[in-house]
Design a protein around this ligand. Structure first.
Ligand SMILES: [Zn+2]
Length: 324
């Protein structure tokens, strides 16, 4: 018997299932249940699939009852498990941003891009096999697509900033938004005094600060009372977090701009991000030591530093296009 992953149930048929990505609490797969139908939001990797299938069985949801798999975007910690889930969930259709759909149908370029960064053996260890998904089962979701899950309206909004192939889902029933990576990341280990700590994820290669600000404003205009983040689970206090996200996006941009003249930028950006985040975590009254907190955030800080430098290089090459 497959061991059950951590599952947290919330009202309105929403559950957070741990994706077992690197460590517990790092990536979530969200389940939305409406009557006798259900949908998944994001998929983790193919190694997340057995745990989720066990979680569904535990909830007495059959594979046939899953109508949709929503991919907020096609980064592989969100979409890497999609092809395996599509094999196991015979009635599911995959809902993807138009910029991501062709990569799900033909993942050759997507795989090559990630392998170029991690190397083949690390890719296989973390992501395993990724197979093409039949075009007939893919729904492309342009901005403002309405999908009804057994009559429950779910509205998909184009939200670039973290990636250009990103949408978020608004669920009016629960006044929730499912934000993928658009509303940043927030690990439960960093909660303090009932307040979450949220920070932007600027991972390669499409970070766009202007778009990121606009997407946050667009989500907040829906007046959501809670957000479900892939990294990780439910957060509330959204007015506070939205203003923090705006401030931190600007702070990250200013950090990387200070690095413009430095020949070996990565170590400088990494150190500056570590110092900055630790300063904010101290103000947040985080209970972890500096070492524990920074080791928890190590991968995010490294990816943020890489993505910020790529953005900087683009602005240095095309100052006019990015300045506006
Ligand atoms: Zn992402």
């Amino acid at each position: 018997m497959e061991q059950l992953p951590a599952i947290i149930d919330y009202p309105d048929g929403i559950s957070v299932i741990d994706a077992r990505y690197h460590r517990p609490g790092r990536a979530a797969i969200h389940l939305i249940t409406e009557g006798d139908k259900a949908a998944l939001v994001d998929t983790g990797t193919r190694f997340s699939v057995p745990g989720v299938m066990a979680a569904l069985a535990h909830k007495q949801i059959t594979p046939e009852q899953i109508d949709y798999i929503f991919l907020t975007h096609i980064h592989l910690d969100h979409a890497g498990g999609a092809s395996e889930f599509m094999q196991q969930l015979p009635n599911a259709r995959l809902v993807v941003h138009p910029r991501g759909a062709s990569h799900m149908a033909n993942p050759v370029k997507l795989i090559a891009g990630v392998m170029a960064v991690y190397g083949e053996s690390e890719f296989r260890r973390v992501y395993g096999e990724i197979r093409p998904i039949s075009v007939g089962r893919i729904i492309e979701a342009p901005d403002d697509t309405l999908i009804e899950l057994n009559g429950r309206p779910l509205r998909l909004l184009d939200t670039p900033g973290h990636a250009r192939h990103h949408y978020c889902i608004h669920d009016a029933r629960s006044a929730s938004i499912f934000t993928g990576d658009t509303f940043g990341v927030s690990y439960r280990e960093l909660d303090a005094n009932g307040l979450e700590f949220v920070f932007p994820t600027t991972s390669p290669v499409q970070f766009d600060p202007e778009a990121a600000h606009a997407s946050i404003n667009r989500l907040m205009a829906l007046r959501p009372k809670q957000a479900f983040l892939t990294h990780y689970g439910r957060i509330r206090n959204l007015l506070h977090h939205a203003s923090q996200m705006h401030a931190l996006i600007d702070a990250f941009v200013s950090i990387v701009q200070q690095a413009a003249e430095i020949p070996d930028r990565q170590p400088f950006i990494m150190k500056a991000l570590q110092d900055f985040l630790w300063e904010r975590l101290t103000a947040h009254q985080c209970a972890l030591t500096r070492d524990a907190a920074l080791s928890l955030l190590q991968t995010d800080i490294r990816l943020n530093a890489q993505g910020l430098e790529i953005w900087l290089e683009q602005t240095l090459r095309q100052p006019d296009q990015v300045a506006g």
